[in-house]
Design a protein. Structure first.
Length: 274
């Protein structure tokens, strides 16, 4: 869910100064989670955590990509393309039926654009930072999953911004999500690129330029496709209660459906050995 207001006045910063990195590396994700934590706490979606980071189990779904925006090497904003998988999507909490309909219709992986936050010192430049982040996400998606649906949960007042920038359609809402109203929108790489290619508005022209630029100097893909360090990850999972939730689910299965748990563990071992 977004934690900032992309429609604010923005005249202080040139987009040429904003670099974006696509990453699954711990050093980039760690910075991203700090920015998300700051934004979620400020917006009232999250109680402050001792680590100063916001972890969600869905980030562990294979294929999830974080995007980190920086100015002169300083992290100023972030978002993620969260791949659907065993841990579901963050917006499932409020929009499970709509996301299930997308899953059924496509019979493929969907990717939620979420965990969008901009550091408070750079809020005057929110619009440009968000546009650069979405352009980076779309460039990756156009190559790797161009037809995949991309749902995103945003505050109702930001509907118009995302419709203008990403050609979104509204799937549902408003509903409470993290204690605040949210609407569920949908876009996708191909649809977003086609929308911006119309070039009928300044936003479309700016986005189309970002999407069609050859070898952009502002974008770097640093994905390693390696697992995150277990020590770093364990601390955050424990702090956010994810470990306890998973343990409770396993206990319930073991007590109520022991044969089901045995099949799950056998399947997990089989996948790990493959």
């Amino acid at each position: 869910m977004t934690t900032t207001a992309p429609h604010r006045t923005d005249a202080a910063l040139s987009v040429d100064e904003i670099d974006v990195t696509a990453s699954d590396r711990v050093e980039d994700i760690d910075e991203a989670l700090m920015v998300v934590h700051e934004g979620f706490v400020e917006a009232g979606y999250l109680a402050p955590k001792p680590s100063g980071r916001r972890m969600h189990a869905a980030y562990l779904n294979p294929g999830t990509i974080f995007f980190v925006a920086r100015i002169d090497g300083e992290t100023v904003g972030t978002c993620a393309l969260i791949a659907d998988g065993p841990f579901g999507l963050p917006s499932d909490r409020a929009f499970a039926e709509e996301n299930d309909a997308l899953r059924e219709a496509t019979r493929g992986t969907i990717y939620e654009a979420g965990s969008l936050a901009v550091r408070s010192e750079y809020r005057r430049s929110t619009r440009r930072i968000v546009m650069r982040l979405f352009a980076a996400m779309t460039r990756v998606a156009l190559v790797e999953f161009p037809e995949a649906p991309v749902p995103l949960a945003v505050t109702p007042e930001n509907r118009r911004f995302y419709a203008a920038m990403a050609g979104t359609i509204e799937l549902a809402g408003p509903r409470p999500l993290y204690g605040a109203p949210a609407v569920l929108l949908q876009t996708g790489a191909t649809a977003l690129a086609a929308h911006c290619a119309l070039r009928t508005t300044p936003t479309q022209r700016a986005m189309d330029g970002l999407l069609t630029e050859m070898s952009p100097s502002w974008f770097t893909d640093r994905r390693s496709h390696l697992p995150l360090p277990s020590g770093w990850l364990n601390t955050l999972l424990d702090e956010q209660g994810v470990t306890d939730q998973l343990a409770a689910q396993l206990r319930l299965l073991a007590e109520t459906y022991p044969d089901v748990l045995s099949r799950i563990l056998a399947a997990a071992r089989s996948r790990a050995a493959a």
